[in-house]
Write a protein that binds this ligand. Structure first.
Ligand code: F3S
Length: 755
């Protein structure tokens, strides 16, 4: 599957020198996270010490991975850059657009019937631009990355929040928005605020019913969903070495649920075993040669309080199995306390479904441990009380567990084997009866359990736990069932006590697969045609945005003055709109429909200065565009917080909005606006927000002098003939001003390529 061994050799060749420079510069030993960060600077050698949680730093990731939902707009944008090939190894994985309903074969065919144009588009773009393509059914992005591409000491980004899973193989792997991925594909730097560092010291060894999942369920309970924000979580200690590589992946995967930038583990024998078992002995040999660089320094781990911003210690020997939820992954409950807690909170204890899989827990080890529980139940004549479904993480895992009889074991319980894809984890689950909205409970081994996530029913109480606990709880049909102390009753009415799970870290007969579902790109993709149907509803090739004409923007109308929270979801709503992610004009019909109009307190109802009538934001804006009238959007504090979704900047730009003027920006959105050639401005005096009136028209007076650090001034002309001069600040540097002038960052890259 063409992991890029030459790239890994290049990374390893410079590591030692860069690490010693960084140590000299910082005057201290380094954590693993710092080693990876300092060896992946865009400008090469480390030349300054960065402040954690403060400095913005340009990095050069080694790899990129994209999933099918986010890849569409990312690749449409990349096509604008005018490059012949991606600048770093990149893969695309078709896993999010496959619904789980009947079973793998039929569901996969249905997905192909429904989304074929999207898959074909991703296939042809990948083929043309040197991107590895994983077909629908090949597996879930993060499991496939761990099996094929992740390597100790590497840095990767991916257009999915659970890209962090690759920390299980000792990477710094971060989930990003499409615009960031496009920059790196085009050879530009990736900017990240130098993270803070949280150390988790693991002692002891897991036993009985406890698993790697319980480590992160416990950490989530301690740190909560926000506790890891802006930080890399680094796991170390004897306990860490006792965990399997895929178990480490599970822990890192759910680092996304505590808001962490990413999580990672130092290189050890479990990683070496995994690399060798997955056909990458060469990588293991290379890693062994520079072992000391692929883990934190001993002094750091001996005195963690001195080197990390926060330290947590967990003893694996006494760690209890946990069940987290409902509705949030940080509500951690040891299984022994669940019965009482469910009663107090009124959570339904009857379990309807047990789901195993997702990128979080779909390794061979996970499947074999869960199967060992199912096997016992079958052997003792116990009928499961809940329904079962599994989503294998990759075709390699599926093929191997089928060969080893594990699927057969699951099927004895009537388990539905869904496609090797995200399925219920991303709401792609046609669950019978979900539309009734009844209060019910499900248990799963996924990572997220927010309301509606799995089946769209807001009353489904979803609980997250390990695959083996999913198996035990689903068989018992009782959320409060504690397999350590409780017994089940078999068909003959006899009590049965389940033994703790047993499983193999790696298949004893090795992994096997017939068709992994991978397609290598063409050596020379110049002749590859990219087909997008003219009348497609889901895909639209992008036309570059218009460059600035060099004149002050004048006569701009106010589109909306948004009040209070205006997140990227308010600007570009998700849900049903996700199907238009690859079609800018269609998805633009949701632009700002969630924003609250400051003049009437309503959403999606603004006054048109053309007609004096009130109408929806997108329709009003389209009318301004048709009339050739520029517009501006005014916003409140932290405008654009939420996700890194680039659509929130592209859509207003596409519809003809020229500037967004707010009290303050969420930084990623501000950067996204800059990349799309928009003006992102802040009130120099926040109180000026109150001066903006519904019928205002704006003239910029000094846009021709746009320069770093120099405020821009605009005049707001009110309907009564009065005027206010509004001074605005901006954070554009010289390069970003060139983006504005060129019409977008990609326009500029394209011009440079052609020039
Ligand atoms: Fe897919 Fe769920 Fe993971 S949506 S990538 S399985 S978090």
């Amino acid at each position: 599957m063409a992991f890029d061994i030459d790239m890994i050799k290049r990374v390893y060749a410079t590591m030692g020198e860069r690490i010693s420079k960084a140590k000299k510069m910082t005057g201290k030993p380094l954590t693993l996270a710092e080693k990876i960060l300092y060896t992946h600077l865009y400008d090469g050698q480390p030349t300054e010490t960065y402040k954690r949680g403060e400095s913005y730093v340009d990095f050069a990731p080694d790899r990129i991975a994209c999933q099918d939902a986010t890849a569409q707009m990312a690749l449409l944008q990349f096509m604008q850059a005018g490059k012949a090939k991606v600048a770093v190894p990149t893969t695309v994985h078709c896993d999010h657009l496959i619904q789980a309903k009947v079973g793998a074969t039929e569901d996969l065919q249905n997905a192909i019937n429904t989304s074929n144009e999207v898959f074909n588009f991703l296939d042809s773009v990948s083929n043309k631009y040197g991107i590895g393509f994983w077909k629908p059914g090949a597996g879930i992005i993060h499991q496939v990355v761990l099996e094929n591409y992740a390597f100790p000491g590497g840095m990767m980004i991916g257009t999915d929040s659970h890209t962090v899973n690759a920390g299980g193989l000792g990477m710094v792997a971060v989930g990003v928005g499409g615009a960031d991925a496009v920059d790196v594909m085009a050879g530009m730097a990736w900017e990240l605020k130098f993270p803070k560092l949280i150390g988790v010291k693991l002692t002891g060894e897991l036993n009985g019913w406890s698993s790697a999942k319980d480590v992160i369920l416990k950490v989530a309970g301690i740190l909560t969903v926000k506790g890891g924000t802006g930080a890399i979580v680094e796991y170390f200690g004897e306990g860490a070495k006792n965990l399997s590589c895929t178990g480490k992946g599970t822990i890192c995967n759910m680092g996304a649920e505590i808001g962490a930038t990413t999580s990672t583990f130092g290189y050890d024998e479990s990683m070496e075993r995994y690399l060798r078992a997955t056909g990458r002995a060469e990588v293991a040999d290379l890693a062994n040669e520079i072992k000391e660089h692929l883990t934190g320094d001993e002094e750091v781990y001996a005195n963690p309080e001195q080197y990390f911003d926060q330290v947590i210690e967990i003893d694996l020997s006494t760690l209890a199995p946990h069940v987290n939820g409902p509705f949030t992954p940080d509500l951690a409950t040891p299984i022994s306390e669940m019965k009482a807690k469910a009663e107090v909170n009124g959570w339904p204890t009857k379990v309807e479904w047990g789901l195993i899989g997702s990128c979080t827990n779909s390794s061979y080890e996970d499947m074999s441990r869960a199967a060992s529980i199912v096997e016992q139940a079958v052997a003792h004549g116990i009928k499961p009380k809940a329904e079962f479904g599994i989503n294998p993480g990759s075709e390699q895992v599926r093929y191997t567990i089928e060969r080893d009889g594990i699927i057969e074991t699951f099927e004895k319980m009537g388990t539905k084997v869904f496609t090797n894809a995200c399925g219920p984890c991303i709401g792609q689950w046609a669950r019978t009866g979900a539309e009734k909205g009844e209060k019910n409970t499900i248990v799963h081994s996924f990572n997220r359990n927010f309301a509606k996530r799995a089946d769209g029913n807001p009353n489904t109480h979803a609980f997250v736990t390990s695959p083996e606990m999913v198996a035990a709880i689903a068989i018992s049909g009782d959320l409060g069932f504690n397999p350590i102390t409780d017994t089940l009753t078999n068909e003959a009415g006899e009590p049965v006590k389940l033994n703790p799970p047993k499983g193999d870290e790696l298949p004893t007969k090795g992994f096997d697969v017939e068709d992994p579902g991978y397609q290598a790109p063409a050596e020379d993709g110049t002749a590859v045609q990219i087909s997008v149907a003219e009348d497609s509803k889901r895909l639209q090739l992008l036309a570059g945005f218009t460059p600035w004409d060099g004149e002050n923007i004048t006569g701009a109308k106010l589109l909306i003055k948004a009040q209070g929270k205006c997140t990227t979801d308010h600007i570009s709503m998700a849900g049903p709109w996700l199907r238009f992610r690859g079609h800018l004009d269609n998805i633009a019909d949701n632009t700002l429909i969630g924003a609250v109009n400051a003049f009437n307190g309503e959403t999606d109802r603004v006054k048109s200065q053309l007609t004096g009538e009130y109408g929806s934001v997108p329709a009003t804006q389209r009318a301004y565009k048709a009339a050739g009238i520029p517009t501006i959007v005014v916003g409140d504090q932290n405008y654009g917080e939420g996700s890194s979704r680039e659509h929130a900047a592209m859509q207003p730009r596409h519809l003809g909005v020229r500037a967004v003027l707010v009290k303050s920006f969420a930084r990623i959105h501000e950067t996204n606006l800059k990349k799309q050639g928009m003006l992102g401005l802040t009130f120099a005096n926040e109180a000026d927000y109150d001066k903006i009136q519904e019928d205002d028209t704006f003239d910029f007076i000094d846009l021709k002098d746009f320069a770093p650090g120099k405020p821009l001034t605009l005049v707001a002309k009110h309907a009564d003939g009065s005027e206010d001069t509004i001074v605005t600040n901006h954070t554009y540097n010289a390069g970003q001003i060139e983006w504005f002038k060129a019409g977008s960052a990609l326009n500029l890259i394209k011009t440079q390529n052609n020039g």
